[in-house]
Write a protein that binds this ligand. Structure first.
Ligand SMILES: [Zn+2]
Length: 124
């Protein structure tokens, strides 16, 4: 009896450690299901950032104005801002497209996402 209790305690401790290790590895976050199939855009007309379903064409249609003013955005950790970048099919052909125009910092798709608006979805 003592032996199985000891094993159970050991098993729980191992589980706890495993959970802590998972929670602790801050940088490598798992893909947020809320972000799947979505991306961040900058509205070139207003400068507003918004998150929306990934568009097939760029500039993408702004869900509120109906105008093609949305460019894909990448985050600049140095400025703390989302910068508009060329569409995915052009970004590889544009030198320095994925760099901050001000600081030259490499831009990243991971950043604090803009407040997700339930209305910010294109109407079918
Ligand atoms: Zn920047």
């Amino acid at each position: 009896m003592m032996d199985s209790e000891f094993r159970w305690a050991w098993f729980s401790a191992a589980l706890l450690l495993g959970a802590l290790a998972l929670a602790g590895c801050g940088k490598r976050q798992p893909i947020d299901p809320d972000r799947q199939g979505r991306m961040v855009y900058v509205d070139t007309a207003s400068g507003e950032t918004l998150a929306m379903d990934i568009a097939g064409e760029f500039p993408a249609i702004h869900p509120r104005t109906g105008k093609r003013t949305l460019m894909p955005a990448l985050y600049c950790p140095k400025c703390g801002k989302w910068h508009p970048v060329p569409p995915p099919d052009q970004i590889n052909r544009t030198a320095r497209a994925a760099q901050c125009p001000k600081t030259g910092e490499p831009l990243t798709p991971d950043g604090p996402w803009p407040g997700e608006d339930a209305d910010a979805r294109p109407s079918p």
